[in-house]
Design a protein around this ligand. Structure first.
Ligand code: NI
Length: 391
């Protein structure tokens, strides 16, 4: 049966399923209801299901005949700590929890593809459907890998997809190389010497030293990294003091670093360390600097990206596939899969980000019009990467 026809017949149910996920968002590693529904749906399609991988992760296994290679298709299931401000009937039932990144749509698209793949069995090899928990900051991909995902389900390649507001609905952006940046974190404590606010000469002011440090840190991007390399160094927190008339004895600065290359992460860390020590010393203060690696950069494998681009073209035509779309300084834990296996992570247009329909915004909603397009892409990708007629 033709994939498009098969999926069209499911349109109403798929939209209802997506909206049900939307109305019942669950946070990182708490995706119990979602995982249960995913597992139950896969089982109802006759697909082998494994649950509890990396916490609440679920893997479905579809085999298409003996031999052949294996690939993983991944969807994320978690929501964000945001109170939804939409008024439509499928809005979140839970204050403080919202599918504001479209993982409800990602989960639904992969379930839709699962059905078409299972019904058609038009491939040779194995497709692993990876439903991962905790993409939003908690590293659910890493948790699944540490729980043996790739040993239990050996795969040659792995693929991901994320909706993208601002890209025309149903279009694809495929990056040859970096798609998203790393997300490192830093904590700085400037230690001075407390004093009366009226007698600053008797202390060492960590607020002043901290303020100078915030400015100095802006030189990391502007003066120590090649201008053709993109990086961000943002100080996002500055905590100090509790009274009008007291110079505190310490100040806390925290923030984030985004970059696309490991060499740059190393250079940034070393430069920040030097600036902290130097600026603090210049003010007679001391400093404690801590730099922690977060999600690695998401870098597509070149041949996997080429495959994804041609598959996307098959699905929506070449005018709907963008190969020069700008990468994002945001981060994505699909990066952990790409560090283990070659693969590619593509963006599916969610339409214009009007009225706050942008990622992580309380007015966001996944665009149901692209559900079938995303599902067709998954099916086509699996059937192209694992051709049925390969000897
Ligand atoms: Ni997301």
């Amino acid at each position: 049966m033709d994939t498009r026809e098969l999926l069209e017949g499911r349109r109403t149910q798929l939209i209802a399923m997506r909206r049900d996920f939307h109305a019942h968002p669950e946070l990182a590693f708490e995706e119990h209801r979602t995982a249960e529904r995913v597992a139950a749906h896969l089982a109802s399609l006759g697909i082998e299901v494994h649950t509890g991988i990396g916490g609440t992760g679920v893997v479905g296994v579809i085999s298409g005949g003996d031999g052949g290679e294996a690939i993983g298709l991944r969807a994320d299931m978690d929501a964000l700590s945001i109170t939804e401000r939409n008024e439509f009937p499928h809005r979140s039932r839970h204050p403080g929890r919202m599918h504001a990144c479209g993982h409800d749509g990602h989960t639904t698209m992969l379930l839709a593809a699962a059905e078409a793949l299972a019904v058609r069995r038009n491939f040779r090899g194995t497709v692993y459907l990876i439903f991962q928990p905790a993409e939003e900051g908690e590293g659910g991909a890493r948790a699944m890998i540490e729980d043996g995902l790739l040993d239990r389900f050996p795969m040659e390649a792995v693929f991901g997809m994320h909706n993208w507001p601002g890209l025309e609905a149903g279009h694809f952006a495929v990056h040859r190389g970096p798609v998203m940046a790393c997300a490192d974190r830093f904590d700085i404590e400037v230690r001075g010497h407390g004093a009366h606010g009226a007698m600053p000469h008797l202390g060492v002011d960590p607020v002043l030293a901290g303020a100078a440090l915030v400015q100095a840190l802006q030189s990391v991007a502007s003066r120590t990294v090649d201008p053709l390399d993109s990086i961000v160094v943002s100080v996002t927190q500055f905590h100090a003091g509790e009274a009008y008339n007291v110079i505190p004895d310490r100040a806390q600065l925290c923030g984030t670093v985004r970059a696309f290359r490991p060499e740059i992460q190393e250079r940034v860390e070393a430069t920040m360390q030097r600036l902290c020590a130097g600026v603090a010393a210049a003010f007679g203060a001391s400093v404690h600097f801590e730099y922690r690696r977060g999600y690695p950069p998401t870098i597509n494998d070149l041949s996997a990206a080429a495959l994804c681009a041609s598959v996307a073209e098959d699905v929506v035509g070449s005018q709907g596939v963008h190969l020069q779309f700008r990468p994002s300084m945001g981060a994505e834990d699909f990066a952990y899969f790409l560090m283990e296996r070659p693969g590619a992570y593509v963006w599916l247009g969610n339409g214009p980000g009007e009225g706050g329909c942008t990622l992580h915004n309380p007015h966001y909603d996944f665009n149901d019009e692209v559900l079938l397009t995303g599902a067709r892409y998954w099916v086509r990708l699996a059937e192209t990467r694992l051709p049925a007629d390969r000897p």
